[in-house]
Write a protein of this length. Sequence first.
Length: 245
Amino acid sequence: MDKKINDFFHAPTMMFGDKADGKLTIVTALHLAAAFTNISGCGIYMVDYEKKKVFFMSDNIAKWCGIPPEKADNYDEYVKCVPDADYKMLVEINEAAFKFLRQQPDDKILQYTLSYNFHLNKLLIHQYFTPVVAVDGVIKIGLFVLTVPSGRQSGLITMRKHGDADFYEYSRQHKYWEHREGIVLTDIEQKVLWLSAQGNTVGQIGDEVHKSPDAVKNYKKRLFKKLNVSSISEALIYAINNRML
């Protein structure tokens, strides 16, 4: 399949502004991205939408893709690692997301985060995208974070605004963003999830939350049903990826 960098960069949708401000922003963003990579272990890359290039990519992403270090900032090399079916999905997501964000007020654009699952080679990845710099509705710099996926398939495309439980889910069938009511975990559900993920027994969790072991089991069952998962590890990843904790 012919994969072109211009599939993700559409002028005049994506332009750069003042060069002086842009340079200062890039230097600051590079330091922040590198620091976050060191702390979190997540894969991170940043995109300059005027120059149509990646100006930072963490070493672990290059390793996952098998990209030589000297080509780590080459976006073409990165997308070669994406299977054709997922590549088509990414192009569609990119167009739908930027159209959605252009419709938001300037002071709100940076509050949104797009997330979805896709494959790098055979590795399923959960990717976040958030605008870092936007002027007059135009995104100048974007930050991408790659982490462990919630779910076991490509897709699961959502757009979330910081502080809102509700979110939008993109329907590839209908080609639009559908409003969804967010899932909210109660305080005790959050505690049971955290304590379970730390390896505590049902009895130990019960002591911490002042509930009987049977009550803790019921909370776990409720969590699994609410999040549509089948294990504590899946529940924890889902809750973190969807900002429930």
